[in-house]
Design a protein around this ligand. Structure first.
Ligand code: NDP
Ligand code: PYC
Length: 339
């Protein structure tokens, strides 16, 4: 049995970039997708780590992502910055749009980045974190493909529709949360299936609409929203704002376009950035200590802030490397060999 191996984030990035470049992705696409995949693995977010590589490659084989897409940015004097991803992954489009979004948000107080026609498989926290690094608060959201039943319903309609928020903090890692509006990300269901483990109760229904803990039955049926009718409504809001409002596909349309949930979905994404100092200008600028008092109160109760687990994992990976088990190594070696 092969022992675990430990790689630095840079070593893992080189391997992931090499896999995507050999598959035909341009450097402009391969770098950003490898970046978010390795960030997921580094931060112990396995549902969006290296397990996603094969899904990206399948998406290419199905002809549903443009491997050498060159995103284009359109900007005017308004608060809306647009990047057309031209069918490539959202990550290259975000890298192009983020500096302009930040500049507009600082100039106007708030601004939005609309990404259209992107293929999307990734976690959203890297994006809101990138904006907090520029002193901005940010919200990011996108639809997915129809895999989640509305509360009270039985059939997949909405996507797992992630929602992320970031708040900048002086002298601390930012306050960031990022979650699916389904009970868990679909990637978690996939990981349970691969590991042969049952799902927790309340995650999913089967194709007949009956509750199930069998991951395979859940993947054929529908996941459920988090928080009952509240998560269901937030998920619908994401369909409206990051689908209909930006003139892009909703989750059912994305599923129709692809015909399968085994590859990454095509749709749009909406990222909104806020300049706290501009909002509090009448009060002489934002008082970040007020936010710190809230965070301290959370910690004072023995609770934790979101992303603490992730930042701890990141510090551990940066200090001691990213450990891959035998199956993960075998997958990487197979993909590096072109298999
Ligand atoms: P989780 O339920 O694992 O985590 C959600 C968030 O809650 C994280 O910020 C997490 O912080 C925080 N959190 C968890 N437990 C606690 C706690 N006890 N106290 C305080 N905060 C806590 O996320 P999901 O499975 O819902 O989503 C995982 C990822 O999947 C997300 O990154 C999301 O963007 C991605 N996704 C992407 C989709 C796409 O279409 N591109 C679709 C759906 C999901 P921490 O990480 O520190 O635990
Ligand atoms: O994990 O739900 C998910 C997901 C869907 C698309 C990308 N990630």
């Amino acid at each position: 049995m092969t022992a675990d191996i430990t790689l630095t984030p840079d070593e893992l990035t080189s391997k992931v970039v090499a896999i995507f470049r050999a598959a035909g992705f341009s450097a402009q696409q391969a770098g950003p997708i490898a970046g978010v995949i390795v960030a997921g693995e580094r931060d112990a977010c396995k549902s969006h780590g290296i397990y996603r590589i094969e899904g990206c490659l399948r998406t290419l084989k199905h002809g549903k992502v443009v491997p050498d897409a060159v995103p284009t940015l359109t900007q005017d004097e308004s608060a809306i910055v647009r990047v057309d991803a031209k069918g490539g992954f959202a990550n290259a489009a975000f890298e192009m749009g983020a500096p302009v979004l930040a500049e507009r948000a600082k100039a106007l107080g708030l601004a939005a980045l609309v990404i259209n026609d992107c293929t999307h498989f990734s976690a959203l926290w890297p994006e809101v974190e990138a904006l907090t690094e520029r002193g901005l608060a940010a919200i990011a959201m996108c639809p997915s493909y129809a895999t989640v039943a509305p509360t009270g319903g039985t059939t997949a309609l909405m996507g797992t529709n992630p929602l992320a928020f970031g708040w900048p903090r002086a002298g601390h890692a930012p306050y960031v949360f990022d979650f699916a509006t389904s009970v868990a990300a679909r990637g978690e269901v996939e990981l349970h299936r691969i590991a042969g483990k049952p799902l927790p109760e309340g995650w999913a229904v089967d194709a007949e609409g009956a509750p199930t803990t069998d991951p395979t039955a859940a993947l054929a049926g529908a996941m459920l929203p988090f928080g009952g009718h509240k998560g269901s409504a937030i998920s619908m809001m994401i369909e409206l704002l990051a689908g209909v409002m930006i003139g892009d596909m909703t989750s059912p349309e994305a599923l129709d376009f692809l015909g399968t949930t085994t590859i990454a979905p095509r749709h749009g994404e909406l990222i909104i950035a806020f300049c706290p100092d501009r909002f509090a200008a009448a009060k002489g600028g934002v008082n970040l200590d007020q936010a710190e008092a809230l965070f301290d109160a959370v910690l004072g109760q023995g609770a934790r802030l979101p992303s603490t687990r992730r930042f701890t994992a990141r510090a551990e990976s940066m200090a001691n490397g990213i450990t891959l088990n035998a199956d993960e190594q075998a997958m990487l070696e197979r993909l590096l060999a072109g298999g």
